[in-house]
Design a protein around this ligand. Structure first.
Ligand SMILES: C[S@@+](CC[C@H](N)C(=O)[O-])C[C@H]1O[C@@H](n2cnc3c(N)ncnc32)[C@H](O)[C@@H]1O
Length: 255
């Protein structure tokens, strides 16, 4: 499904920073350090950034930007820097490549929810051993972002990430949930309970606002964990405005 292709420099810096921190081991261990940026958009800027960021972990990383729209592939060509960065036509089947990491951001958002399982299966089915897919959504400038980490066994974690200096309430993140969850933010669904609990913890943490939004977020996430939510990351990530939990609805996902 070809869309407007909206993208923006630094739009994906939150997820890239997280990938560098949490998926470095996969990239370092890979026999072939191949990474796919699926659906890079109207300009290849975020693929260029991804390659630069991952090169800090693995200097011989090769990023392939894939697009369903051949005109975008052609337009990206001047930014290519083979073999470190190349562009090709491809979709969820990953053009037959076997990458260790796939970043698919703001792609599934345009699809209907029933399309998600097949898209996930196609991407995870194409991974190299030990590989992972990060699939998510963010706003135009990357202030609010949510992503799912998937491996061959399916969805593992959900990460919520925000620029705290402009965050009024964690409920704002709900509109940036990945396609698999955005229509599930209704009472009775695990992701709804999660957002509600985080929002409540944020409200309760209002006395910490005097020390800045970072302190308030850290306090809120600690309270979420103390209430039994199986938060999988720790204060080092919280101070960046992130929280990662088991994927809502999986066995590990509820308090
Ligand atoms: C909104 S842009 C996202 C650009 C960039 N990833 C970002 O987040 O800023 C979505 C892009 O995904 C492409 N796209 C949609 N479905 C695709 C598919 N199945 N495979 C590859 N690209 C796809 C569209 O052509 C569009 O350029």
């Amino acid at each position: 499904m070809v869309t407007r292709g909206t993208t923006h420099p630094n739009r994906l810096r939150r997820v890239d920073r997280w990938l560098v921190a949490t998926c470095a081991g996969r990239l370092r261990a890979a026999a072939d350090p191949l990474v796919v940026d699926l659906g890079f958009g109207a300009t290849p800027v975020t693929a260029v950034e991804l390659r630069a960021r991952l090169a800090a972990v693995r200097p011989d990383v090769r990023v392939v930007g894939l697009e369903i729209d051949p005109e975008r592939v052609a337009a990206a060509e001047p930014a290519a820097d083979p073999p470190a960065l190349t562009f090709a036509r491809g979709g969820f089947e990953l053009a037959g490549l076997r990458p260790v990491l796939v970043r698919a951001f703001n792609v599934l958002r345009q699809y209907d929810e029933p399309a998600v399982p097949d898209a996930w299966a196609a991407m995870t089915g194409g991974l190299a051993p030990g590989g992972a897919v990060v699939e998510g959504t963010c706003d135009e400038v990357g202030r609010l972002a949510c992503w799912v980490l998937l491996d061959a066994a399916g969805p593992r974690t959900l990460t919520l990430a925000a620029r705290l200096s402009t965050l009024d309430s964690p409920a704002e993140l709900a509109e940036r949930l990945p396609k698999s969850l955005i229509h599930r933010n209704v009472p009775g669904e695990p992701v709804h309970a999660l957002i509600r609990a985080l929002d409540g913890a944020w409200r309760d943490a209002v006395p910490y606002a005097a020390f800045g939004p970072r302190q308030r977020w850290q306090r809120a996430v600690a309270a979420l964990r103390d209430a039994g939510w199986p938060v999988v990351d720790g204060p080092r990530r919280w101070r960046l405005g992130e929280v990662t939990v088991p994927y809502p609805g999986t066995a590990a996902g509820a308090p």
